[in-house]
Design a protein around this ligand. Structure first.
Ligand code: ATP
Length: 374
């Protein structure tokens, strides 16, 4: 059964004002978090942003310096890990090498005193869920990396935890397998309805797997929301450039456009862009404009002045053919830009531009993402 996000939300995990210092180092400065039942929430951010420390506090491996952690309405801030009913999958799998797959999965049940018969039944079910029904008798080193990761997953979910924690679970796998495991984990998580917190620095992983993304930066939550809202409405330059590629321009709003509903933004580097009106935008307002590479249209320059709004003249400085798309590096008098063009499956050549060619870049007002309004 697919989970329904329409239900009135039930918060399974809540972090309130959580902070963690190691000596004078603030690993986590202030994190607020509310995870709804059956949702997959991702803590995403660059190395050192505090996401692992946050996860370790949720697990109980670290205690916060300040703040509160609540699971199912119960304050567990200082509760030891084994009393939290949490399942964890680590990047390194951490399987017991000398135990067979089924005994690895049974481990947590044994420790909890689950009777043998029930144990055998639950281990079988868990292994079937991760598609390893036939592998119970193998040793971990007789399995591929992806299979070992699935054993780790089975071991975590067999105890029916209140929350599943995934700490960079896919980073040890090769690119192809990683992509498949993303889908598999997401499918399983929905199928059994498992409240999950995932930690990753991989923005693609976060975008493809999450119901909700929490972008962290320097120990704080920088922005949170659905994957598409994070991508389409980044609120800071950090989020705009960390999630996806983008071209950022500093500038200010100069006046209302002739066309109703639009304002004219003038970039410090010279060009003008028409952007959509919004309540908090008015002439004189400084802001950043984000233009995603895939929203720019590249066309041969006709030699006319590209002084019209929403257009720029440049030269092709680099062509990166990537199969499905081609990424162009474009030089303009003031700076370089990136443009991504979808390749036509039928045609042999990517797109007919050559290095050194003078081209015109253009975009629509809807392509203009406004970030960091000061
Ligand atoms: P990564 O992806 O590299 O693991 P991260 O976002 O998970 O990074 P954390 O591991 O949470 O970041 O670390 C946040 C900050 O806290 C870093 O500056 C790190 O050096 C510091 N830190 C983490 N654990 C400790 C520790 N046990 N003692 C001292 N400093 C620590």
């Amino acid at each position: 059964a697919e989970l329904s996000n329409a239900q009135p939300s039930e918060i399974v995990l809540r972090l309130a004002g959580v902070q963690k210092y190691f000596g004078s180092v603030a690993a986590v400065e202030n994190v607020e978090l509310a995870v709804q039942k059956n949702q997959l929430v991702t803590l995403l951010g660059p190395s050192g942003c505090g996401k692992t420390t946050t996860l370790r506090m949720i697990a109980g491996f670290e205690f916060p310096t300040a703040g509160q952690i609540v699971i199912d309405g119960k304050d567990v801030t200082y509760t030891p890990p084994n009393k939290r009913e949490i399942g964890i999958v680590f990047q390194s799998y951490s399987l017991f090498p000398h135990l067979r797959v089924s005994d690895n999965v049974a481990y947590g049940l044994k420790r909890r005193g689950v009777p043998k018969e029930e144990r055998v039944q639950r281990v079988r079910e868990a292994l079937q869920l991760v598609d390893l029904g036939q592998f119970g008798d193998r040793l971990p080193n007789e399995l591929s990396g992806g299979q070992q990761q699935r054993v780790a997953l089975a071991r975590a979910i067999v105890i029916r935890p209140k929350i599943l924690l995934l700490d960079e679970p896919l980073s040890a796998l090769d690119a192809k397998l990683r992509q498949r495991m993303r889908l598999e984990i997401r499918h399983l998580q929905r199928q059994i309805g498992m409240t999950t917190v995932l930690v990753t620095h991989d923005q693609e992983e976060a975008l493809s797997m999450s119901d909700h993304i929490v972008v962290m930066n320097k120990g704080n939550v920088e922005q949170e929301g659905t994957p598409s809202s994070i991508y389409r409405q980044p609120k800071t330059s950090f989020v705009a450039s960390f999630i996806g590629e983008t071209n950022l321009f500093k500038g200010e709003i100069v006046h209302a456009a002739n066309v109703d509903g639009l304002l004219v933004f003038r970039a410090d580097c010279g060009f003008e862009a028409c952007i959509r009106k919004a309540d908090n935008l008015e002439p004189g307002r400084q802001l950043l404009l984000s233009l995603r590479p895939e929203t720019l249209t590249i066309s041969p320059s006709q030699g006319e002045a590209e002084a019209s709004p929403n257009a720029l003249r440049g030269t092709v400085a680099g062509i990166n053919y990537l199969g499905a798309r081609t990424v162009f590096e474009i030089k303009t008098p003031t700076r370089d830009l990136m443009v991504s063009v979808q390749n036509d499956a039928g045609s042999e050549a990517p797109v007919a531009f050559v290095e050194g060619q003078t081209i015109r870049l253009s975009w629509t007002p809807d392509a203009c993402q406004i970030v960091e309004i000061n």
